[in-house]
Every structure is written in structure tokens, then in C-alpha cells.
Design a protein around this ligand. Structure first.
Ligand SMILES: Cc1cc2nc3c(=O)[nH]c(=O)nc-3n(C[C@H](O)[C@H](O)[C@H](O)COP(=O)(O)OP(=O)(O)OC[C@H]3O[C@@H](n4cnc5c(N)ncnc54)[C@H](O)[C@@H]3O)c2cc1C
Length: 474
């Protein structure tokens, strides 16, 4: 059916239905705003469809197999077989459940859902091209707009994604069988999480990383635990090399890399997975029409209510400055919606947690010791090694540590770095501690359940105070 051009109006138009856009839409709906949410691909965005959720589903599934396969010491003898079809069906079921939930929640909160590609036509109008041939377009007049168009993977020149030989993270999350071998270009968190999945499924993984370590931005004692475990899983690291070219050979491919001295290296592999980072999607929005320009990093600058330099136009999530994380996108979405509805809302980034779902996991929040020093604090630091945790030992995974960084004078918690089982969950306690202005004494005095991993948080606080029970106070 040809719909033709129609004109509609809305108080708030939101472009993109990822964890930024759909959360903003639901919150705005709760606050009584007339909201239109426009999505060109799939409700839930990258996070639910091609990112956080499918990757964590595969991480869990491969962990189950790997744990069973390596539990002989615990008296478990398993014959593990990976059924990729069934794993995919299960993963897709999880994704479907969540994405249909998003659609239902939006509708239940009165959000008007529009499928199509949006771009700005003028400072108060969007043009939405509906999907499919002859589906026409729609002009939406808005009072306020939120840009939540997220990000896409960065392509390395010469390594354009073809879905067959050169894969993006989306392709890796949708493999129909386990490749014999994979060269992973980029040792960031997406490269490392999915390298771990591939290695646990029996794929021969080589990670090529231009820098001299994985997970740039994390401290060396954090990355070394993950690197060592990855090596134990059979992952081979090639540091100081950049992928420069690839060619087909005998049904496989050969990836060429180059180091700083110009030496070339060649790796024969079945496929290459390029994971060198993501860039904001802003080039398709015709931002000129509203006089908005990205900064030199390609992101939009915003104030503490997520509003851009153009009044009434907000930017949230991966398109806005700051860490490209789903929970950061959602919080910005909530604040933008509340600000538009006239509520007293403001963003506070002092305690944005980050997790890497490698084996073991990493969970961080707030400042590192160095950052605390740079900010003028005299840091008190407490450590607790996972091998001293009863619960950690009973999980069979005792690599890693909990570290708390606090201000020596006041005892206020400033940050934490956790490596080990469930680090992504454990870090939440310290995020709350920072948010509430809790001190080392508060955390140390809080009775933690025994035996749990969270006791390590209490022990690290006690260590910073000089009275740890289960480690030596040095
Ligand atoms: C493999 C992988 C794993 C990840 N794991 C994690 C994790 O564990 N934890 C975490 O916090 N983050 C993770 N991330 C990052 C996370 O997915 C993003 O930070 C998050 O999705 C950003 O949310 P967003 O709402 O800004 O954008 P997105 O989720 O990217 O959503 C943007 C939406 O906008 C739509 N859109 C774009 N342009 C238009 C247009 N012109 N018109 C209409 N619609 C449009 C897109 O189709 C998309 O659906 C992961 C990412 C990947 C790729």
C-alpha cells in the first residue's frame, strides 16, 4: 500500500529506540508527554538486538559448557557438545522476549511508535521515510527532539565487513557454526568478550592488537589477570601489530599485519573479526538543518540535562560524549525526559560503572588510585585477593581481586576495581557507596552474608582501614 506523505505533530520526538531512546520514551510517557519514538531497524537498538544481550547470552552458554568440561577436579565428568543451532535459538528467544517487552512497555506508556528512518528537515520538523517500497514518508513537527541514534562499528580500511570473511560483532553473534580459526583485530572489550566465547567453543583465536596490551584504559594488574586467563584458554596475542590487509587463499584467508618498524606478519585463518571500536551515527540525520555539529570526536556535546547547543534538541547515549555504555544511555534518557517535562533532573557522572564480561569479569566504578591522586586526593587503598575468599574458592574461580580507593582523610569511597567472578555485579555496591557518600567505615561495618563474593568488598574496606581479618595488613 502506498501511504504517501502525511504530517503529524508531537511534543517530543525521539530518534532511535535503543536503551537511550526507548527509556527516554517510557519516562516521558510516564510524565504525561505526547511522545513519538522512531526506529528504523529493531526496538531495543544495538544493546538488545546486536550487543549487550546476545553477547551475554552466548557468554553464559559457553561458560556453562566450559565449566562442565573443566570440572573434573570437582568430580564432574561431562562430555560437552556445542549445538550452535540450539544455542542460537535460545539466544534469539532471550532477545525476542526483551524486544517485545520494550514495544509493550512503550505502548502501555502511551508512546506512539513509528517505524522508519528519520532525518531533520528544519529546526522543528523531522522527515521519516517509512520502510519498504512505496511506504511513503511522514513529516513530524516537534516541540523537543532527542537524538538517540547510537553507534556503528568502525571499519578498518581494507577490511570492509562482508559477513563471510571479515565479520563485525553482529556477524559473530550470529554464527551458524564454530569457525576453525579466527583472527580478532582489536583487544578492546568487545573483541575480548567475543574472543573468549569463540575460544570456549573450540575456535583457534589470535588477537591482533596495535597497542601493547588488551583493554586500553584499564590498569595493568586488572588486564593481566584477564590476559593470563585468555592465554590459558589458548588465545594467542600479537601486540604492537596493526591489521593492514587480507586476501583469500585456499578457501581460507590470510591476514597481514604490520608493526611500527614496518615488519609484516601473516596469519592464515578461516575468518577475521574486526572489533576496533564504534562511532556515533550522526551522519545520516541532516544535522545541518538544525545547525548542530558533532565535536572532533564525532560526538554531540550536551549540558547536564543532555541538551545540545540547539535549544529543545537533546542527545543521549552513544551519540553523546562520555562512555558508550547502555546504562549511561538509559540514565541520560531518563534525565532528558524529565528535563523536557519540567522536572528538576540533572546528570551526575561520578559513579558510572563499567563491566567487561571476560573470564574473569572486570567491574569498575569511579576513580583509580592514580586518578584520585591526579584529582588532588591522598588515596587510601584496600585490596582483597579472590583467593582469600571462601566463596570464590567454592566457585572454582579464584583469580582476581577487589580494590577500593578512598579519600584517606574523610574515608569517602572514590572508586573500585574488581576482577573476578561476578565482578560486574559486585561493583554495584561500590557505585551505591559513592553515590551515597559512604565511607570505608560504612562499608566495613556493613554485615555481609557469608560465604559470598561480596564479603571481599567488606574485606577490602577493612584492609584500607588497616584491620583486615582474612589478609595481612601491610
Ligand atoms: C557486541 C556488543 C556488546 C556490548 N555489550 C555491552 C555491555 O555489556 N554493557 C553495556 O553497557 N554496553 C554494551 N554495549 C554497548 C551498548 O550496546 C551501547 O552503548 C548502547 O546500545 C547505546 O545505546 P543507544 O540508545 O545510544 O544506541 P543504540 O542501542 O545503538 O540504538 C540506536 C538505535 O537508533 C536507530 N537509528 C539510527 N539512526 C536512525 C534514524 N535515522 N532513524 C531512526 N532510527 C535510527 C538504530 O537502528 C538503533 O536501533 C555493547 C555493544 C556491542 C556492539
Amino acid at each position: 500500500m502506498v501511504v504517501g506523505d502525511v504530517s503529524t505533530g508531537t511534543e517530543l520526538a525521539i530518534i532511535g529506540a535503543g536503551p537511550g531512546g526507548y527509556v527516554a520514551a517510557i519516562r516521558a510517557g510516564q510524565l504525561g508527554l505526547d511522545v513519538t519514538l522512531i526506529e528504523k531497524d529493531a526496538w531495543g537498538g544495538t544493546c538488545l538486538n546486536y550487543g549487550c544481550i546476545p553477547s551475554k547470552a552466548l557468554i553464559t552458554a559457553t561458560d556453562v559448557g566450559y565449566e562442565a568440561d573443566t570440572a573434573e577436579e570437582m568430580g564432574i565428568h561431562a562430555d560437552v557438545k556445542v549445538d550452535v543451532d540450539q544455542m542460537t535459538t535460545w539466544k534469539d528467544g532471550v532477545v525476542d522476549q526483551l524486544t517485545s517487552g520494550v514495544e509493550k512497555l512503550c505502548k502501555a506508556n502511551g508512546v506512539n511508535l513509528v517505524e522508519g528512518v528519520a532525518e531533520f528537515e528544519s529546526e522543528n520538523k523531522l522527515r521519516v521515510a517509512h520502510a519498504g517500497d512505496g511506504q511513503g514518508s511522514e513529516t513530524i513537527e516537534f516541540e523537543n527532539a532527542i537524538i538517540a541514534t547510537g553507534s556503528r562499528p568502525i571499519e578498518v580500511p581494507g577490511f570492509e565487513y562482508d559477513g563471510e570473511h571479515v565479520l563485525s560483532s553482529r556477524d559473530v553473534l550470529d554464527l551458524d557454526r564454530v569457525p576453525e580459526s579466527m583472527v580478532v583485530v582489536g583487544g578492546g572489550y568487545i573483541g575480548m568478550e567475543l574472543s573468549t566465547v569463540l575460544a570456549k567453543m573450540g575456535c583457534d583465536v589470535t588477537v591482533v592488537e596495535m597497542l601493547d596490551d588488551i583493554l586500553a584504559g584499564y590498569e595493568e594488574d586488572v588486564t593481566s589477570v584477564v590476559r593470563q586467563n585468555a592465554q590459558d584458554l589458548g588465545i594467542d596475542f600479537r601486540f604492537g601489530e596493526a591489521a593492514s590487509d587480507w586476501e583469500k587463499r585456499d578457501g581460507d584467508i590470510v591476514v597481514t599485519t604490520e608493526n611500527e618498524a614496518g615488519e609484516e606478519f601473516r596469519y592464515a585463518t578461516e575468518k577475521a573479526f574486526v572489533a576496533v571500536g564504534r562511532q556515533p551515527v550522526l551522519d545520516t540525520l541532516n544535522l545541518d538543518a538544525i545547525g548542530l555539529e558533532p565535536n572532533e570526536d564525532g560526538h554531540l556535546e550536551t549540558d547536564n540535562q543532555a541538551e545540545t547547543d540547539v535549544e529543545g534538541v537533546y542527545a543521549i547515549g552513544d551519540v553523546a560524549t562520555g562512555p558508550m555504555l547502555a546504562h549511561k544511555a538509559s540514565k541520560e534518557g531518563q534525565v532528558a525526559a524529565e528535563a523536557i517535562a519540567g522536572e528538576p533532573a540533572a546528570l551526575d557522572y561520578q559513579a558510572v560503572p563499567a563491566a567487561v564480561f571476560t573470564d574473569p569479569e572486570i567491574g569498575t566504578v569511579g576513580m583509580t588510585e592514580q586518578e584520585a591522586e591526579d584529582a588532588g586526593f591522598s588515596p587510601a587503598v584496600g585490596n582483597f585477593p579472590m583467593r582469600a575468599s571462601g566463596r570464590s574458592l567454592t566457585t572454582g574461580n579464584d583469580d582476581g581481586f577487589v580494590r577500593i580507593v578512598a579519600d584517606e582523610e574523610s574515608g569517602f569511597i572514590l572508586g573500585a576495581q574488581i576482577v573476578g567472578p561476578e565482578a560486574s555485579e559486585l561493583v554495584a555496591e561500590l557505585g551505591l557507596a559513592i553515590e551515597m557518600g559512604a565511607t570505608l567505615e560504612d562499608v566495613a561495618a556493613t554485615i555481609h552474608t557469608h560465604p559470598t563474593l561480596s564479603e571481599g568488598v567488606m574485606e577490602a574496606a577493612e584492609h584500607a582501614l588497616g584491620h583486615a581479618i582474612h589478609t595481612l595488613n601491610r
